[in-house]
Write a protein that binds this ligand. Structure first.
Ligand SMILES: Cc1ncc(COP(=O)(O)O)c(C=O)c1O
Length: 492
């Protein structure tokens, strides 16, 4: 990562240019993107002269052709003007937005949708994707540059080369590859004090599948499911699409309120993230966990514990998983490799109580196939040979430094104007700005400065208290974190 801010002409422009030689885009495309963003955000003013390609290349330590290609693209799109002999300038009029795509004719009406289909259609789907940005604080993505490529590719190649017939066939067990279930059970007993045997483990392609299976097996449409508010949108969508009602458990700045569970009326399932509440980051204390477990046992209601990122704690000892505290309570325990390794592996797991193991396996067979057996076999070796725990230990250090950079930058730029909430764990933190500014305007100003700043509103079932935002730090280097927060602060 190169970050140049101190040269004379750049001081005049007053913004750094960040180029990442290891990034997915070629350097000239990165340069094009940075300059275009600066022009659109008004950081490069109309009429402003840019340095020559030679000077720019020297300052950024890139080749002259990289600088020339970046300029040429901007000139061809009208974001820069080249005047022969006198240099390259920001034009006084920016190019118009490209014409809208011609309207497609409305599709012919499809077959009649089921109730489920109608609920899914009415729900509106995922949020619009955010444009790529160097300063994207969306939560959830681990550091992809740190993916353990060497051991992973070696283990994957080992199984691909051998191509054992059982790995190429359908596979005998709908719960997933046996050695992987053994390795997961062993890892969870050791690292999270989960009580489980391999035959309670289902290998899934994501936490969403754990939610889907739990809802299908335990909840009728019209019945009630408790979940935290604010909470995980993937859970909210699945519950509502299933036709269930939501009983919100308020997760305020002071922690989780379990009182609504005591109201009369049956609740079939409670979905919770006790070890690092998503998204506020609070941790449910031991009395809270014991109260929940007793409630579940007495009412015969299942708990779905989503332990998505608790490998990452930066202070104190992690509380063990809730599942292991009470062998009599009906707890389904979900975890994922999306955070500790990479989301694209699509590998997650669900540990079900022994009484549900058989029916869960059958439901699994009916609703989906398992993830690729070659990758499951590689992951089993990855865990058994100790690579997973080594990787987690290393990433704990990497993420602790990133979190520290974020906290420091927030305090430096916002001081008492910001409160940092949640526990020192996971891959994101929550902040509350105290200056009373409008949240939507803050998001817009951040976007104009090239920063993606997720507001709390999307995680709330009702209106969100003002000033709350989520900052994911795991996928950003400390330099990007510092620059992203500087841009936030400069954007007002
Ligand atoms: C609370 C929570 N659970 C689960 C997940 C995702 O898990 P998976 O990638 O296995 O679907 C996320 C992703 O951000 C999350 O925030």
């Amino acid at each position: 990562m190169r970050n140049y801010q101190s040269t004379s002409w750049m001081a005049a422009m007053d913004f750094p240019i960040l180029l990442d030689p290891a990034g997915p885009l070629p350097l000239h495309r990165q340069l094009y993107r940075e300059l275009r963003q600066a022009i659109l955000a008004g950081r490069l003013a109309p009429g402003q002269r840019l340095p020559s390609t030679r000077a720019l290349a020297r300052q950024l330590e890139v080749s002259r052709s990289t600088a020339a290609l970046g300029y040429e693209q901007l000139v061809s799109e009208g974001y820069l003007e080249a005047a022969r002999g006198s240099g390259t300038f920001v034009p006084h009029t920016l190019p118009a937005a490209p014409p809208a795509a011609p309207r497609r004719p409305a599709p012919a009406p499809g077959p009649r949708l089921s109730r489920f289909g109608r609920r899914v259609a009415a729900e509106g789907g995922e949020d619009a994707p955010v444009p790529p940005s160097f300063y994207d604080f969306s939560p959830g993505c681990p550091s992809l540059e740190d993916f353990p490529r060497a051991p992973w590719s070696r283990l994957l190649a080992r199984h691909a080369r051998r191509a054992e017939p059982e790995l190429l066939d359908y596979g005998p067990d709908p719960r997933g590859h046996g050695p992987l279930r053994e390795a997961i059970a062993d890892y969870l007993r050791r690292s999270r004090a989960v009580r489980c045997a391999a035959d309670q483990v289902l290998v899934l392609s994501g936490t969403q599948q754990a939610l889907d299976l739990a809802l299908r097996l335990l909840v009728e449409p019209g019945e009630t499911v408790a979940m935290e508010d604010p909470g995980y949108p993937g859970a909210r969508r699945a519950i509502l699409a299933h036709g269930a009602r939501i009983l919100p458990l308020p997760a305020g700045d002071a922690g989780l309120d379990l009182a609504p569970l005591e109201r009369p009326g049956a609740c079939r399932l409670a979905y919770l993230t006790p070890s690092h509440q998503f998204p506020t980051g609070s941790v449910l204390d031991l009395p809270g966990r014991l109260r929940l477990l007793a409630w579940a046992r007495e009412r015969g209601t299942a708990l779905l514990e989503d332990d998505y990122d608790s490998e990452f704690r930066y202070r104190g000892r992690p509380l063990p998983a809730m599942q292991g505290l009470d062998p009599e309570a009906p707890v389904l325990y979900a975890g994922t490799f999306s955070k500790v390794l990479a989301p694209a592996l699509h590998l997650a797991y669900l540990v079900v109580p022994p009484a549900l193991a058989e029916v869960a396996a059958r439901a699994r067979r009916l609703t989906s196939r398992e993830p690729s057996a070659l990758e499951q076999a590689a992951l089993a070796d990855f865990i058994r040979e100790g690579h997973l725990e080594r990787h987690v230990r290393r990433m704990r250090g990497v993420y602790a430094r990133r979190r520290e950079a974020l906290v420091e930058s927030l305090l430096r730029h916002f001081g008492a104007g910001v409160t940092i909430l949640g526990d020192a764990g996971g891959m994101h933190l929550m902040v509350r700005f105290r200056d009373g500014r409008d949240d939507a305007a803050r998001v817009r100003r951040a976007a104009a400065a090239g920063v993606v700043l997720p507001a709390m509103a999307r995680y709330h079932l009702g209106p969100a208290p003002p000033g709350g935002f989520i900052l994911g730090f795991a996928g950003l280097s400390p330099a990007r974190i510092r620059e992203g927060v500087r841009r936030l602060a400069a954007g007002g």
